[in-house]
Ligand binder design. Structure first.
Ligand code: HEC
Length: 159
């Protein structure tokens, strides 16, 4: 009799697995709102500051996903907890810098943002390392960096 009861009992590891699976399924239901808009990412910035196509192309690949009102979401953004991590990056990123909002800033605030941007680029702090794991093409080459830094420096000289 003892033997039969043991056979039917769910083993501890099976139970842990089932609970984990249930949690994994349940968290799929909690989806953060996406950061998207009808206007292309960075459009307001590009229109206001006569951004060259070359500079805009680099920003589009390397920065706009976290620093604009329009994120390009990859397929795995449908899966939790990936979407939560992305949501956090976009929220924190936009709080510090949103290219789509720069046109509404006064010159002092703009200068401070442009200084921050050149610093982040020169110190290789952006794009975030975790972003580069999945977006290898977003890594800035030395030419990209020079182009961006020269461009943002030129905006400050005009102030
Ligand atoms: C994966 C998302 C992501 C990408 C891509 C990204 N950033 Fe960020 N960025 C963040 C987050 C999150 C923060 C705020 C936290 C921090 O400073 O680490 C931030 C902060 C910043 C700041 C403010 C730093 C400060 O002084 O507080 C600047 C400037 C910046 N990013 C510029 C850029 C530029 C330029 C690019 C493209 C070359 C870029 N970022 C790409 C997520 C991102």
């Amino acid at each position: 009799m003892e033997g039969i009861r043991k056979k039917n009992a769910i083993s501890k590891s099976k139970l842990v697995f089932m609970v984990l699976l249930a949690v994994l399924l349940l968290i799929q239901l909690v989806r953060p709102q996406k950061n998207t808009s009808d206007s292309p990412a960075g459009k307001a910035f590009v229109d206001t500051f006569q951004v060259s196509e070359q500079v805009n192309a680099i920003l589009a690949v390397s920065c706009y996903d976290c620093h604009s009102n329009n994120t390009k979401y990859p397929w795995y953004s449908e899966i939790q907890p990936m979407a939560w991590l992305m949501d956090k990056h976009v929220k924190d990123g936009k709080e510090k810098l949103n290219f789509d909002e720069l046109p509404s800033y006064g010159s002092r605030r703009l200068n401070s943002k442009f200084t921050q941007i050149t610093k982040q680029i020169e110190q290789d702090k952006m794009p975030l390392t975790s972003y580069l794991w999945m977006h290898g093409g977003a890594r800035l080459s030395n030419e990209d960096k020079k182009l961006l830094v020269d461009y943002f420096n030129s905006l400050m000289d005009n102030e």
